[in-house]
Design a protein around this ligand. Structure first.
Ligand SMILES: Cc1ncc(COP(=O)(O)O)c(C=O)c1O
Length: 369
């Protein structure tokens, strides 16, 4: 039995320190936006070489507040990937703006950077690239389109904490980088949490107000904001885990290397990382023929798997007919073939071998059928 994800090995690695840090918060009596949040924000800013980072209640809120802080509003267009979790698009809609989808590159499964410029109109306000499954987008290309057209860039780094394009971490290229601490993420907390990185003092100041009911001074409200704060227990635990993040990401990369080697000769498409990208494998996602039968074969052998994402965002019912004419063939094809294998820090070599054996048996069985 190998589950798709198991947080327990990670927790065992940090349990003593997390329990101690949690106890200290409980005894301190300060539970929301206290010294741990402040210290964690500084440590995250330093990790990314950025001037600021602002903790919020979730990755979804990070995206929403960042869009608002850079001025995205009703009628604006935001160019993004159709192959992602719904949260990003949802936050564009929260702002009254319209998501505009380009197709993806089937090798990387990221938004095809070459598709972006043709989508720019006079209403385009921002680009929201998503570093899907932990693989950084080519940020050089995206930033050059953004500069040419004076667009803001909000990076969705929810699945890629610690990923690097060239030497630079994701979240340090655009106007704002948005992270999620949902427990399955590369830097996973013990509940919900999120964070925004930025080098822009005005954006940082605006974010501090937005996360706290539009207020910089108690009971003085300059605008309508939100209650979106990171709590002290999460921050205290995340501070401990941040110290282990590179180690945890290296473990993910080692499992990915075992998969790459063990599956190299099979007729499946493995994740492809361009040479200048440091992939941190939020997921290890294959593209396979006969996906349903493939997953049933894995399940029968006790191997967890998941489909991220079965329905492209432009095909979601929430859009009604507005995108009916839109055809994004690469995204639509990848959505039918993608399947993610077990991947988590602390997964053993034997577990990886069990997965590899099962995948080989299932693929060979399907080939013969
Ligand atoms: C790509 C992407 N963006 C945004 C989010 C939203 O993060 P959260 O669940 O912390 O709100 C997620 C998380 O599932 C995600 O995978």
């Amino acid at each position: 039995m190998v589950p798709l994800f198991d947080p327990k090995p990670q927790h065992r690695r940090v349990a003593d320190r997390v329990e101690k840090a949690t106890r200290e918060v409980l005894e301190s009596g300060q539970y929301v936006l206290g010294p741990n949040v402040q210290a964690f924000e500084k440590e995250c800013a330093d990790y990314h070489g950025m001037a600021h980072s602002v903790g919020v209640a979730s990755g979804t809120d990070a995206l929403h507040l960042a869009l608002r802080a850079v001025g995205v509003g009703p009628g604006d267009e935001v160019i993004t990937s159709p192959f992602s979790f719904f949260a990003g698009v949802e936050t564009i809609l929260y702002c009254g703006a319209h998501p505009v989808f380009g197709d993806i590159d089937p090798q990387t499964m990221n938004l095809d950077e070459e598709s972006i410029e043709a989508l720019v109109t006079e209403r385009t306000r921002a680009i929201m690239p998503v570093h899907i499954f932990g693989l950084p987008q080519n940020m050089e290309r995206i930033m050059s389109v953004a500069r040419r057209h004076d667009l803001r860039v909000i990076e969705d780094c929810a699945q890629a904490f610690g990923g690097r394009y060239g030497k630079q971490p994701v979240g340090s290229f655009g106007d704002a980088g948005c992270f999620s601490f949902f427990p399955t993420k590369n830097l996973g907390g013990y509940g919900d949490g999120g964070l925004i990185t930025t080098n822009n003092d005005d954006i940082a100041r605006h974010l501090l107000s937005l996360r706290n009911h539009g207020s910089h001074r108690r009971y003085h409200h300059d605008e309508v904001g939100y209650n979106s704060r990171l709590d002290e227990i999460q921050a205290a635990a995340l501070r401990v885990k941040l110290e282990h993040l590179d180690e945890f990401n290296d473990q993910r990369r080692e499992i990915a290397a075992l998969y790459d080697e063990g599956l190299a000769d099979l007729p499946v498409q493995r994740p492809q990382a361009p040479a200048d990208c440091h992939h941190v494998y939020g997921q290890y996602t294959l593209q396979v023929p006969k996906r349903d039968a493939f997953r049933e074969g894995l399940e029968a052998r006790g191997i967890g798997s998941a489909v991220y994402y079965p329905i492209p965002l432009h095909r979601q019912a929430v859009f009604g007919d507005t995108h009916a004419e839109l055809s994004l063939p690469e995204c639509e094809r990848v959505s039918e073939a993608c399947v993610s294998l077990p991947m988590f820090p602390g997964m053993s070599g034997e577990q990886a071998d069990t997965v590899i054996r099962a995948v080989r048996e299932v693929i060979q069985g399907l080939d013969a059928a």
